[in-house]
Write a protein that binds this ligand. Structure first.
Ligand code: TXA
Ligand code: MG
Length: 341
């Protein structure tokens, strides 16, 4: 495959993208979380193309995107009442449900698991595309394997041009971190990957949920290999500062590394950006509050990589609400974590 088209998401281009999907092609499109790389989930060859384009190991299953709950019947074997309750409250939205798989879904989509991951994305362009194609669309994040997820069409172009058919440009994605992956076949339901919907939002609807800690997930060998270490990572070495004195520790480390002649990038909230700049850092501003940090964190890692920094520093933002998803991604992007209690 040689030519990748990068097109604005006009109604006409959306129709064209839908035809491409129906013909077995690979189309990147915006969702409310990150850009996805879509293919017809029922077409094994098309799905194989996703793995090839991303360089993704076949052991890492994909999320199937739908435009309405009526499509669940085509990809699942059974839908427990709890899933319907969640769908009613959170779909369309950044919640992926793990459900028993229908035999109609090729094993490649689910990496041979008996379950399938599904969600309805909350983005007008994604929904328009899914409706026009009227297919279940398998779509992982539209990045090369191991890189951070793309939050703009330019990120997708950077990683995948020449490897896919089409990229629909719908501007930056509004949430910026991936969906929450919730296994509703477990009791109580288990969060396999924290994301756009916080546990605090799920519990009033379905009661207690389990949150797999990273170590626990890795040790238990749970079937969600997207949770591998060293995932969602920038190319530069990255150091994450956690604990009460994280900010002071980051600044001290920045001064020390700058003095040693290293080019240091900092992912900083507005309040600390000036100080980091004065200390010689290349600064990417994350904004002031958690939604802004989530929206900008991946773009920041990519931008700092583009500036050719030797090292990226960031502090932790706690684990409340969206903080948990940000904490999870930063933990996995980091080469080193320095705790200052
Ligand atoms: O927000 C999102 O979820 C984005 C947009 C494009 O929808 N998609 C996304 O896909 O992040 P991906 O492939 O990068 O991550 C899918 C995650 C992986 O951690 C994978 O292991 C997990 O979902 N997953 C998929 N199917 C699964 C299954 N049957 N059981 C357990 N985990 C599953
Ligand atoms: Mg991904």
């Amino acid at each position: 495959m040689a030519v990748t088209e990068l097109l604005p998401a006009t109604p006409e281009n959306i129709r064209r993208a839908a035809e491409m999907l129906r013909a077995g092609g690979l189309v990147a499109f915006p969702t409310e979380t990150v850009y996805g790389l879509g293919a017809n989930a029922l077409d094994e060859n098309a799905v194989a193309g996703i793995f090839a384009a991303k360089g993704r190991p076949a052991a890492d299953p994909l999320i199937v995107h739908l435009h309405g709950v009526a499509q669940l019947a085509g990809v699942t074997r059974a839908v427990p009442p709890i899933a319907l309750r969640l769908a009613e409250v959170f779909w369309p939205g950044p919640l992926t449900l793990i459900l028993p798989k229908s035999p109609a879904v090729p094993a490649l989509v689910t990496s041979g698991l008996e379950t399938v991951a599904v969600r309805i994305p909350d983005h007008p362009l994604a929904l328009a595309l899914l409706e026009a194609a009227d297919l279940p669309v398998a779509a992982p994040s539209a990045n090369r394997f191991g890189r951070t997820s793309p939050t703009t069409a330019q990120h997708v172009w950077h990683d995948l041009h020449g490897r896919i058919d089409l990229i629909l440009d719908g501007g930056p994605t509004p949430i910026g971190v991936e969906s929450t992956v919730l296994d509703v076949t477990a009791s109580p339901p288990r969060i396999l990957r924290p994301g756009g919907i916080a546990p605090e939002m799920l519990e009033p609807v379905i009661g207690p949920v389990q949150v797999s800690g990273q170590t626990e997930r890795l040790q238990a060998g749970l079937p969600s290999p997207g949770l591998l270490e060293k995932h969602y990572a920038p190319q530069a070495e990255m150091v994450l500062f956690t604990g009460r004195k994280a900010r002071q520790a980051l600044m001290a480390y920045l001064r020390e590394q700058s003095a040693a002649g290293r080019k240091v990038g900092v992912l900083a909230v507005d309040q600390e950006a000036e100080e980091a700049q004065r200390a010689g850092a290349v600064v990417y501003r994350l904004g002031g509050a958690l939604p802004s940090v989530a929206r900008r964190i991946y773009a920041g890692m990519r931008w700092l990589d583009g500036q050719g920094v030797d090292l990226i520093l960031c502090r932790d933002f706690g684990q409340e609400g969206l903080g948990l998803a940000i904490h999870d991604r930063l933990t996995r992007a980091a080469t080193r974590i320095l705790e200052s209690p």
